[in-house]
Design a protein around this ligand. Structure first.
Ligand SMILES: Nc1nc2c(ncn2[C@@H]2O[C@H](COP(=O)(O)OP(=O)(O)OP(=O)(O)O)[C@@H](O)[C@H]2O)c(=O)[nH]1
Ligand SMILES: [Mg+2]
Length: 391
């Protein structure tokens, strides 16, 4: 599957940059392309210069709202982020159109952090605009939810997340939810290692996007998972997970490779990888709530067999019993057995519901403060009413 990836704000741009890196890897290791266009859009000029893989010309690193923000961001005011996107959105659409192989892409993927200002405000406006312009391609979002410590430090965090999520839910074809907090569960030092977190966020997309683009017959599985399968699966609230089981790197002698014990070890390893994918989903959710799901098994060709694929399917069907299942296998990996899982069309997402509930109490407060600010400003204006103006 080929994606045009567009990042908004610092978080979105850095993750888009990570997709550009993934594409380089796909090119170098496998000779295939997965992202024919990657763009970074921000109100902050310094953040745009900090990227490493996205092409550095102004058509790929797009500064918006320059007049309003002086190139310094919107300071977490996502209404301002949305307003700037409405004004400068055409600039982004024009840049996408000029991308060399834009027409080869199967879908758009727009990325932003929900808690900031630029990305949180711009992503829904741009999703809507792109959907209107390119009706034949689905438009997906990646929404990155804040760390817990940010929720307590700044109330805008929750309010921005709630308004952003509500808005994208009404326009995007699917929203892949990524909870930053999940990535520091195992290793708290990661809190200070955003680059590593971004790496972990993007990794599950590698085999998923490569599988359907493979041209060499020996790397084509018995059941190819292509763009059509992914598009049929992605709908509404979505999570993604990835698990891996290392395999011995030495070659197993032929007489042993047919041994029944080896086969049961393969199944065991497959289930282990699937188990990890489910427990490491990008956001905590209940698999039973999902209406559509898919899994991709990537392993060396000799490790893949129908029994293993069926076992994995049975396992997923057990926990996501309401979901329509799609699957594929990809005989590419050399020394590991990897499983990628997507759970989509989720009926309920507790964390999103919590943001909505919490921000309801904040709305009155925000309104009150806005009124106060207005009346204060009016006070100053009134005081100057008899002063002659130079304009
Ligand atoms: N995973 C991840 N999260 C990030 C990254 N950068 C920022 N965030 C998260 O994104 C949220 C803040 O959004 P930013 O993207 O920094 O804000 P912005 O869109 O640039 O908006 P302004 O700076 O207010 O103009 C916080 O919840 C951060 O934890 C990143 O590179 N990776
Ligand atoms: Mg910023």
């Amino acid at each position: 599957m080929k994606l045009v990836v567009i990042g908004f704000g610092q978080c979105g741009c850095r993750i888009a940059d990570e997709f550009a890196r993934l594409n380089r890897r796909a090119h170098a290791q496998r000779g295939i392309e997965i992202t024919p266009g990657v763009f970074a859009v921000n109100t902050d000029a310094a953040d745009l210069s900090g990227l490493t893989c996205i092409q550095s010309d102004y058509q790929h690193r797009i500064l918006i709202g320059g007049r309003k923000t002086g190139g310094h961001g919107v300071g977490k005011i996502n209404e301002l982020g949305a307003e700037i996107a409405r004004e400068d959105g055409d600039k982004v659409v024009d840049a996408i159109r000029t991308a060399r192989r834009f027409f080869e892409s199967d879908a758009f993927l727009l990325v932003a952090g929900t808690a900031g200002g630029t990305g949180s405000g711009a992503i829904s406006v741009m999703t809507q605009l792109i959907k209107e312009r390119y009706m034949d391609k689905p438009v997906y979002n990646i929404a990155v939810l804040p760390f817990e410590h940010e929720e307590t430090a700044e109330e805008r965090t929750i309010y921005n997340s709630a308004t952003c999520l509500k808005s994208i839910n009404s326009v995007a074809d699917a929203i892949i939810l990524i909870d930053n907090q999940r990535y520091i569960r195992k290793d708290f030092s990661l809190r200070n290692n955003i680059a590593k977190i971004n790496n972990m966020i993007v990794e599950p997309f590698y085999n998923l996007l490569c599988a359907g683009e493979e041209k060499k017959p020996k790397y084509i599985g018995t059941r190819i998972l292509d763009a059509g399968d992914i598009i049929q699966t992605l709908s509404g609230w979505t999570v993604i997970g990835y698990g891996t089981s290392p395999l011995p790197t030495f070659k197993i002698p032929f007489f042993l490779s047919r041994d029944f014990r080896k086969k049961s070890t393969e199944t065991h390893k497959g289930i282990h990888a699937m188990d990890e994918a489910i427990s490491e989903l990008s956001l905590k959710c209940n698999p039973i709530d999902s209406g559509r799901a898919l899994y991709l098994l990537s392993a060396p060709a000799q490790e893949i067999n129908m029994d293993l694929i069926k076992e994995l399917g049975d396992y997923l069907k057990d926990i996501a019993s309401e979901a329509t299942l799609r699957n594929g296998d990809y005989p590419r990996e050399r020394s590991a057995l990897d499983v990628t899982v997507i759970l989509s069309e989720l009926k309920d997402v507790e964390k999103v519901r919590k943001y909505y509930a919490k921000s309801l109490t904040l709305i009155d407060e925000v309104k009150k403060r806005r009124e106060e600010l207005k009346s204060k400003l009016k006070g100053i204006d009134d005081a100057s009413s008899d002063i002659p103006s130079l304009l």
